[in-house]
Design a protein around this ligand. Structure first.
Ligand code: COA
Length: 242
């Protein structure tokens, strides 16, 4: 099997009602290519019917997700942007019936940060790095970054992260409200699973309805961002920068 045919995710039922989804493409620093998007979509569908807390993590210590696959992005056009490949995935992730938790150790850049923000909760190690470097690549954080970041960290920090590429480590992300808890690397998965177990002791029906209730009060959608991205995807500036 060539590297490219390999599965991108390792999915494990680690406890009753708790499934881990591990990004497992270290050669590309877990960049979100089409194959990863399709596998994650399939995992969401597979775990929709039976109540299950999903824990998203990386199988590689010190590397969460290095963002959208830049090699694929370079060739995407307005039509691809309007198809909302990553934005659509993160919408489906955010709308997943049951709670999702991101366990982050290492780089969560661009789409990696957006992916983490689309989860319900985020735990991170002190050495993690959160950033939205899209503007330097001639595109924008169109897969939820623009509004989810603002929702979590407020307008001032969102502006600094988006305009300047400001990077936050785990403790800074905690202070900013981007993550819920900071834990040592060897404690990350155990602590996340403990939290998942704690959440799963609730009534599943009540959990599902609470998640739906909270989703009703979201502050924005990605509609504008997707249209704006379509414009940027066809620019020479983007092609040069990528
Ligand atoms: N898309 C596609 N490929 C990526 C990638 C991405 N977002 N991030 C890393 N890779 C690939 C590199 O091209 C390289 O591939 P190669 O071995 O075929 O040349 C491989 O992963 C290793 O990357 P490298 O930069 O050597 O690893 P590193 O450990 O020194 O650095 C990062 C890791 C994440 C800091 C660095 O890869 C990086 O900055 N990536 C881009 C992040 C980014 O801008 N994301 C936003 C996209 S919108």
């Amino acid at each position: 099997m060539s590297t490219d045919d390999r599965h991108r995710l390792v999915v494990d039922e680690v406890a009753d009602h708790v499934v881990t989804i591990g990004f497992d493409h270290p050669e590309k620093r877990n960049a979100l290519d089409r194959a990863t998007v399709e596998e994650l979509d399939a995992a969401l569908r597979a775990h929709a019917r039976r109540p299950t807390i999903l824990v998203l993590h990386s199988t590689t210590p010190g590397m969460f997700v290095a963002g959208a696959d830049i090699a694929e992005l370079r060739d995407r056009d307005a039509d691809d942007a309007l198809m909302s490949i990553n934005a659509g995935l993160f919408e489906r992730l955010a709308a997943h019936r049951w709670p999702t938790i991101a366990a982050i150790d290492g780089y969560a850049l661009g789409g990696g940060c957006e992916l983490a923000m689309a989860c319900d909760l985020r735990l991170a190690t002190p050495g993690s790095t959160f950033a939205q470097p899209e503007l330097g690549l001639g595109i924008l954080a169109g897969a939820g970054g623009n509004w989810r970041l603002r929702e979590l960290v407020g307008l001032a920090t969102a502006r600094r992260m988006l305009y300047t590429g400001l990077r936050l480590d785990g403790e800074q992300a905690l202070d900013a409200g981007l993550v819920d808890e900071v834990v040592a690397p060897d404690e990350l998965l155990p602590r996340t699973l403990e939290l998942a177990g704690r959440i799963g002791r609730n009534s599943w029906r009540a959990l599902e309805l609470t998640k739906l209730a909270l989703a009703q009060h979201r502050s924005a959608t990605t509609s504008f961002d997707v249209a704006a991205q379509a414009l940027l995807f066809e620019s020479d500036d983007k092609r040069d920068r990528m």
